[in-house]
Design a protein around this ligand. Structure first.
Ligand code: BGC
Length: 778
């Protein structure tokens, strides 16, 4: 239907519409809601070359503009700009009816009828919100990561969106950084696997499919390594660390076929990513062979002046286009400066043409030239109510959220709770739907989320009694409240209870005294783990710690439910809580999912994707640190070893750690051979047995240590993992194939090599408690 109307329209227009020409040029395009086979590369190239040949300089520069609806430009003005051929794509609109008039302006009014694309930050769900990425990674289950992205793509494409600025795959090893919440943790292997799964989920078999989104991997590159965890700060890093640890996830997303890359806001070794030719041309295009489109981050071209590498807007635009920034997000410098830069000969036109080629190529790959309305559809079919509950995927949300929860403590089997008796649900996050959504919750509607209180009520039903007290504000610090509510005072993120802290605690203690068990939800409001929300402390805010201490004094069993987007300092809770669950921000069905775990309808299986330090002074605590000459060795005198003398060494909770309601035993490691030759594999296996009383899942983790190499190598590195489900008493042999690739690393000359010598194979259920065997690479 759509194709026919597009072609009919084409016939009536003097200038051949770009989208109709594409449909003719494509070798194999079908339509009508079914997946579309990608046209051949040559057809695509012919089509784009032809289009570029017909474009004016102004139209070309227009294609390089990515505009935020509302924030940058009100809709009426935007429509005029699109009709004038001065916009390539927009972001931040979330319905078909919002997008349709914009696409109409492009394909019915602009001279060349080039469709625009619609993007949005769909990071962990669109209307149905899934756990934040750190939570998704905690599942250590790539089908989960992929499914969250797939559902998000289905929902967002049904709302007329074509692309997402996700996945965010920045490695974060400094929990002070607020955007830790948006990524998949600290480990190159786990984050790379998650990046791949996520891209596959968003794009499906092709970004052209009507139910797919094009993925923009971000933030290229190294954004997670900002100095001091302070957002937007500089990154200064050795090439070896870059190649070995921080770059692999971007590469994995690109190798999985991501059509786009968003460029980071930080500088890398002295050159902002946005003006970094080495990063955007030498590495991304030449070394990695990336064929898609690059976009700057919000306002980043203009920021080149503030980085102090451009003296004015003209220089900023020149640096960015020459470095390889195809599209400029939300700043005016391309529009203002490029026309004259080209006319004066300061920027050769080929830079513009190359960037336009990528933008048009991305639209082609999204299927927009074949049908600009492929995701917007026809008005009569628009959803009557975009928020209708039947548009949500609640079952998937609940299932995925359960799998993202990590059981940190369970003294004397305090959990699971019986579905009986009197349960007090307490804490500033206990009845918060907004915080349950986490940061970057896209088009998710907080009112549709299930709070913990609601989840507990629904699960207990009339089998028990649930009482509630807020107990504390998120924080009593007015400065923090002001910061968190800065963006929108009319819709504050944190609403302060007007009672005094003592009055709130008194009420909570009263409620606690009348209960059999206390479920206490504490942590951070979602805005505390967000872009620009760096912290100098990992402690629970004082108001919440005081609440926990008062509740502890009642002597009632204390179950701490954490909601947060970064590792916190959990020393007090570790000692004082009877049980502790890390639930991150669990999304739309969070309350139900957490209740499923609390009451044993689901046996937790999540594992930490990031180390939890004992204190902020211990950062960084990532597990795969490089080896040193004087390591601290447990059980040996601490003097003249690498440690902090006031505190125990090592993390409070290690990477890969997480308990279950059952217990598992891991056998010694068996190797298929003691030596390995290049090109061959060694099979490493362990037998895992469920030694407890209930069925459960756990994650078997493979780590390797290069015993002696030409450069200093990490203590250990994750190289594989498998999730297994076992009935009580059941055992299973879990096997990992170790090949040359698992042994490779970047040497001092940045060659990717495996060096002969011994390798320790370590297998366990977290990064610390492992069984070990050794083989030799000949
Ligand atoms: C963030 C990006 C995001 C963009 C568009 C920026 O502030 O750094 O991650 O995609 O805004 O919303």
């Amino acid at each position: 239907m759509r194709m026919l109307s597009a072609l009919a329209l084409a016939a009536s227009l003097a200038v051949a519409p770009a989208f109709a020409s594409a449909a003719q040029a494509s070798d194999n395009v079908s339509n009508g809601g079914v997946p579309v086979a990608m046209p051949s590369a040559s057809a695509k190239q012919r089509f784009i070359d032809d289009l570029i040949a017909r474009m004016t300089l102004e139209e070309k520069i227009g294609q390089l503009r990515l505009i935020s609806i509302g924030a940058d430009m009100p809709q009426p003005k935007l429509i005029k700009e699109i009709a004038a051929g001065r916009v390539g794509g927009t972001f931040n609109s979330v319905t078909r009816s919002e997008n349709r008039p914009l696409q109409d302006a492009a394909v019915k009014q602009s001279r060349l009828k080039i469709p625009i694309f619609f993007a949005y930050d769909i990071v962990h769900g669109h209307r149905t919100v899934f756990p934040i990425s750190l939570g998704l990674a905690s599942s250590w289950d790539m089908t989960v990561v992929k499914q969250a992205a797939r559902v998000a793509a289905q929902e967002a494409s049904a709302d007329g969106l074509d692309a997402t600025f996700a996945p965010m795959v920045d490695i974060s090893r400094d929990p002070r950084w607020g955007r830790t919440s948006e990524g998949f943790g600290e480990d190159p292997y786990l984050v790379s696997q998650s990046a791949r799964a996520s891209v596959q989920g968003f794009q499906g078999t092709s970004p052209a499919n009507p139910d797919s989104l094009m993925a923009f991997v971000k933030h290229f590159a190294l954004y997670g390594a900002v100095e001091g965890g302070r957002d937007y700060n500089v990154v200064d890093m050795s090439p070896m660390r870059m190649y070995q640890d921080y770059l692999p996830p971007y590469r994995a997303g690109i190798d999985a076929g991501a059509g786009g890359v968003m460029i980071a806001l930080n500088s890398v070794n002295g050159t902002p990513a946005t003006s970094n030719k080495w990063l955007l041309r030498d590495l991304l295009r030449d070394e990695w062979g990336f064929k898609g489109v690059t976009v700057s981050d919000h306002g980043a071209i203009e920021e080149l002046m503030r980085h102090g590498v451009a003296k004015d807007g003209r220089e900023a635009a020149k640096l960015a286009i020459e470095a390889g920034v195809d599209m400029s997000m939300a700043d005016q410098q391309y529009l203002k400066q490029l026309p004259d830069l080209v006319k004066s000969g300061d920027v050769p036109i080929r830079f513009i043409d190359d960037a336009v080629r990528e933008v048009l190529g991305a639209k082609y790959d999204m299927g927009l030239f074949a049908d600009p309305y492929r995701r917007i559809g026809n008005a009569p079919q628009d959803p009557k109510d975009v928020y209708a509950d039947d548009r949500l995927h609640r079952d998937a949300a609940r299932d995925i959220a359960r799998k993202s929860i990590v059981l940190l403590e369970n003294q004397h089997d305090a959990l699971p709770l019986k579905k009986a008796g009197k349960v007090a649900v307490i804490g500033p996050l206990a009845d918060s739907k907004l915080d349950m959504m986490g940061s970057w919750s896209a088009a998710g509607k907080p009112a549709q989320a299930v709070s913990l209180l609601q989840g507990v009520r629904d699960t207990l039903g009339d089998k028990g009694q649930v009482t509630y007290a807020r107990g504390a504000n998120i924080t009593d610090d007015p400065r923090v409240v002001e910061y968190l509510n800065f963006l929108d005072w009319d819709n504050p993120e944190v609403v302060q209870d007007k009672r005094t802290p003592q009055q709130m605690i008194d009420e909570a203690v009263q409620v606690a005294r009348n209960a059999d068990t206390l479920i206490v939800a504490v942590g951070e409001s979602r805005g505390m783990s967000h872009e620009a929300s760096s912290r100098t402390s990992l402690m629970l805010p004082g108001s919440q710690l005081a609440l926990l201490q008062a509740l502890k004094a009642t002597g009632k069993p204390l179950v701490v439910v954490l909601m947060n987007g970064r590792p916190l300092d959990l020393n007090w809770s570790k000692v004082n809580a009877d049980a502790m669950l890390e639930t991150w921000y669990a999304g739309t069905e969070g309350g139900h999912a957490i209740a499923d775990v609390l009451f044993g309808d689901y046996n937790p299986s999540g594992k930490l994707p990031i180390s939890f330090p004992r204190s902020i002074g211990q950062i960084p605590t990532y597990y795969n640190q490089l080896r040193i000459g004087r390591p601290f060795t447990p059980g040996k005198p601490a003097n003249y070893t690498s440690q902090y003398f006031e505190e125990d060494s090592g993390p409070l909770y290690a990477f890969g750690y997480g308990l279950s309601y059952t217990t598992f035993d891991v056998s010694k490691v068996k190797l298929s051979a003691k030596t390995m030759t290049i090109g061959a594999t060694v099979e490493a296996s362990v037998t895992v047995r469920n030694t407890g009383k209930r069925e459960g899942e756990t994650v078997v983790q493979l780590y390797l240590q290069d015993v002696a190499a030409s450069i200093v190598r990490p203590i250990k590195e994750l190289k594989g993992f498998q999730k297994v489900s076992l009935k009580p008493g059941e055992s299973r042999t879990v096997q990992f194939a170790i090949d040359e690739r698992s042994l490779k690393f970047y040497n001092a000359k940045l060659q990717y090599v495996a060096e002969p010598g011994d390798f320790n194979v370590q297998i366990g259920l977290d990064s610390q408690n492992v069984q070990q065997a050794t083989f030799t690479l000949k």
